[in-house]
Design a protein around this ligand. Structure first.
Ligand code: FAD
Length: 553
């Protein structure tokens, strides 16, 4: 089979190109044909927003390969503007339409790879057909948006997920006035709300209009604008609109061929990317795979999984003896919005609670490297774990610098089933320009184990009645930003002021960033108080524009 295998790949970008390239490295003799509906193959779709904004100036760098270069490098037969329209499983052949000539032909296969990806959602609402409403997936889509930015200065992006945020940033960088609309009550709904607040303030700081908890109801076309009528009645006028409302898998031909699909229409595959037909493989945005932490099913339209799955499919087709099973998708993602980055790996607290899993979490604030070394920037980290086993199941980070490093370390930890105890003892690279002797990941481990071991109880709620709220921030800070209903006892004075508190009533300790309130809670607990510490501090995450050094409380 390996000697003369006919491999047919449908979709020639991330998963498809990765599969075809790996297949060639495993077999010089395989006949490998790649069908791509669009005019481009193996292009860098993740880079599209950055060409629109002008950060990537040279368009040609996004076209990573061409049919000619793939022929020369890998001896692939790449046919662009060719669409697979039907799979005949019985005769192992695919009907293909040449979109340039209109000609139809059948191509036979021994193994078929489905990597058709997912298309951006265009909701079926009034006015959606206005030609000034764009989505972004291909180089052609990108060119249309670039052209729109040459004509108009008002843009609305609908959907504040990863692509919506990148578009808002890039269009704003280009000098356009940008409004961002999100149905949920936070930007980047993939994060827990508190961890998304810094992104929201960064958008507003850069004069991006942010409308949350509101959705698009209809568009109204006028000569000089597309009017976006939101469910609340608010109307935003734009020269053009970019829809970034998520994606739907392109699985019509898989469905028509009778392959098993999941509840949301994704192709079901096993851990070697085989569909319900063992000679047909699938990978990328179109598939549903195993979820890494709990082992259920998940979909994850991201570049990393698509590329790795494509490689696994080729291994299993050509060298099943060396193929390693896909471990499952974790969900690791990051976005930059102006000077702030934020991202997630694994499960958020919100998702854990929605799924009914027992869940514990902690937020810690620190810096990406030693504060005494110039350039230290605040960093906020949240970890989520299973309180029964101590296994870390998710992490989120936000700040100016070092967000990617912490997410990557924690992604590796979660994949390797690390516990909160393991985080305490991770030995990470440290010299002052790079980190701290106790990295924020170690701190998160300390905070988590303190909770797990019962040294402190934390709360997210300051609204209990009958509770004494003790604000341990320095007096000038508490005076400048008072916390209603609290008594200010600056931390260094707490031991000498215990008589100001009533032991008969519970206490919640509060500070700016969550650290001093923990210290205060330890003092009070050891003095007989029933005490909880307010999680993460009232400032939530640190402002990256603030001075490097943390205030003393
Ligand atoms: C603007 C943008 C930014 C992104 N940024 C990031 C990022 O920063 N990080 C990240 O991890 N991910 C990012 N992604 C997501 C990532 O690009 C996708 O997860 C990845 O490309 C999916 O790969 P795929 O091969 O499944 O699908 P695609 O890359 O979409 O490729 C599928 C191809 O199949 C073709 N096709 C479909 N049906 C047929 C047919 N019947 N016949 C022939 N051809 C067909 C399509 O034309 C398409 O070109 C981004 C995506 C976009 C659009």
């Amino acid at each position: 089979m390996t000697q003369s295998m006919k491999l047919l790949v449908i979709g020639g970008v991330a998963a498809g190109a990765s599969c075809a390239a790996r297949a060639r490295r495993l077999s010089e003799s395989a006949q490998i044909t790649v069908l791509e509906r669009g005019p481009d193959v193996s292009f860098a779709n993740c880079g599209l927003p950055y060409h629109i904004g002008g950060e990537i100036q040279d368009r040609s760098v996004l076209a990573v390969q061409t049919p000619a270069s793939l022929k020369a490098l890998l001896n692939l037969d790449v046919r662009t503007r060719c669409e697979a329209v039907r799979i005949d499983r019985l005769n192992k052949r695919v009907e293909v339409k040449n979109l340039t000539s209109g000609a139809m032909e059948w191509i036979t296969y021994d193994k078929l790879m489905l990597s058709p990806g997912a298309s951006p959602i265009r909701p079926n609402i009034p006015g959606i057909d206005d030609s000034r409403i764009y989505t972004l997936r291909s180089l052609e889509d990108m060119d249309r948006i670039v052209e729109a930015t040459d004509k108009g200065m008002r843009a609305v992006a609908i959907g504040a997920g990863f692509i919506g945020l990148e578009m808002a940033e890039q269009l704003n960088d280009k000098g356009l006035s940008v409004e961002l609309v999100e149905l949920q009550n936070q930007v980047l709904p993939q994060l827990d709300k508190k961890m998304s607040m810094l992104l929201e303030s960064e958008l507003k700081h850069n004069e991006v209009g942010v409308t949350l908890g509101d959705g698009i109801e209809r568009f109204v076309s006028t000569e000089d604008a597309v009017e976006c009528h939101l469910k609340s009645g608010k109307v935003l006028k734009a020269d053009f609109v970019v829809l970034s409302m998520g994606v739907v898998p392109e699985t019509m031909i898989a469905r028509d061929a009778g392959l098993s699909l999941g509840a949301r229409g994704h192709i079901v595959v096993n851990n070697f990317q085989q569909t319900s037909d063992p000679d047909i493989y699938a990978a990328g945005d179109a598939v549903e795979t195993e979820e890494l932490v709990f082992g259920g099913r998940t979909v994850l339209p991201m570049g990393g999984p698509a590329n790795r799955q494509g490689r696994i499919a080729a291994d299993h087709m050509l060298r099943p003896d060396i193929a390693k099973a896909y471990p499952g998708s974790l969900g690791t993602a990051i976005v930059r919005v102006f000077s702030v980055a934020a991202g997630v790996t694994g499960w958020t607290e919100k998702r854990m609670r929605e799924a009914g899993h027992p869940c514990a979490s902690v937020i810690v604030n620190d810096h990406q490297h030693a504060t005494y070394y110039p350039g230290a920037k605040p960093l906020t980290l949240k970890i989520v774990w299973d309180p029964q086993t101590g296994r870390v199941v998710g992490a989120q980070a936000t700040g100016c610098k070092g967000v990617d490093k912490r997410l990557d370390v924690l992604a590796a930890c979660i994949q390797n089933e690390a516990s909160i105890d393991d985080l305490c003892h991770l030995e990470l690279a440290y010299a002052p320009p790079f980190g701290s002797a106790k990295d924020i990941i170690n701190l998160a481990g300390f905070a988590a184990t303190n909770l797990h071991d019962g040294l402190v109880i934390q709360t997210d709620d300051l609204s209990f009645s009958g509770v004494q709220i003790v604000d341990v921030r320095p007096k000038p800070v508490a005076d400048a930003f008072p916390l209603a209903g609290s008594i200010n006892i600056p931390f260094p004075t707490l031991r000498n002021n215990l008589d100001k508190l009533d032991r008969r009533h519970p206490v919640i300790t509060v500070c700016a960033f969550g650290k001093m309130s923990y210290f205060a809670a330890r003092i009070l607990a050891q003095n007989g108080f029933q005490v909880q510490s307010y999680s993460g501090g009232i400032k939530g995450n640190l402002d990256p524009r603030s001075p490097a050094k943390l205030p003393t409380a």
